[in-house]
Design a binder for this molecule. Sequence first.
Ligand code: ADP
Ligand code: MG
Length: 239
Amino acid sequence: EIDAFLTEHVIKVTDPSTDAPNFRPLLSFDHLPECDADVLAHLKAFPKPTPIQSTTWPLLFSGRDVIGIAETGSGKTLGFGLPCLKKLLDSKPSKNPCQPRAVIISPTRELAMQIYDQLVKFGKNEKTQVTCIYGGVGKDEQRHALKKAAIVVATPGRLKDLMNDGSIDLGKVNYLVLDEADRMLDKGFEQDIKDIVKPMPSSRRQTVMFTATWPRSVRDLAATFMKTPVTVTIGGDPS
Ligand code: ADP
Ligand code: MG
C-alpha cells in the first residue's frame, strides 16, 4: 500500500542520515498522533491528507527538519501548519511577551495572509495564538499583536524591522518555516532571511522549507541552517 502510494504520486524521500529509510506515510487522519479535538474536528472537514501532508507529517512529528518540493495548491500550508500547532499545543506556553515559538516566513503579504487565514481556523487556544505581519501598513497594531503571539506569519522585510527595533524577540523560536523559499530568493530576501534566523536557537529548533523549484541558491540557503534535512519531492523532479 505504501509503495503504491509513493509510486502513484511520484514521491521521493531522501534522508541523508540513513541508507535504508524506514518511512511510513500517514494515509488517513485516523492515524494521526494524539491531537487536540478542535484541530482534529477541523481537519476532518477534508476527506484525507494530501500527498505532501501524508509524507511530511510523520517526519515533522518525529522532529526532523524537512525540505518539501511541491507545486502550488498541494496543501503545503497544513503540511507545515499541523505539526506546528501540535508542537505548540504539546508544550508550555511562552512566559514572556513578544517571544513567539513559531515563525513562518512568506514572500508576499497576500501569501502570508492566506497562511494566517488557514491557521486561525484551528481554535482559540492561547498556545497557538497567531498573528500576521507585513509591510505597507503601520507598525503599532502589529507590535501590539506580537505581545501575545505564539505563531508569527511574516514577510521578511517587516519582520526584520520589528526585530531591529526590539518589538519581537526570536530567541525562543523552536519551529521555523520558510514557505516558497525560491520566490523569497528571487525577491532578494536572502540577507533578510539570514539576519532573521541568526538570533534563533539552533539546537532545539525544527526548520521546514517549502519550494516549488530546487536551484543551487535554495540548496545553499537550506545548507546554512537546516540539520540533516529529509528531502521530499512530490510529482517528479522540479525544473
Ligand atoms: P499550497 O500552499 O501547496 O499552494 P495550500 O496549503 O494553500 O496549498 O492549500 C490549497 C487548498 O487546499 C486550500 O484551500 C486548503 O484549504 C485545501 N486543503 C488543504 N489540505 C487539504 C486536504 N487534506 N484535502 C483537501 N483540501 C485540502
Ligand atoms: Mg502555499
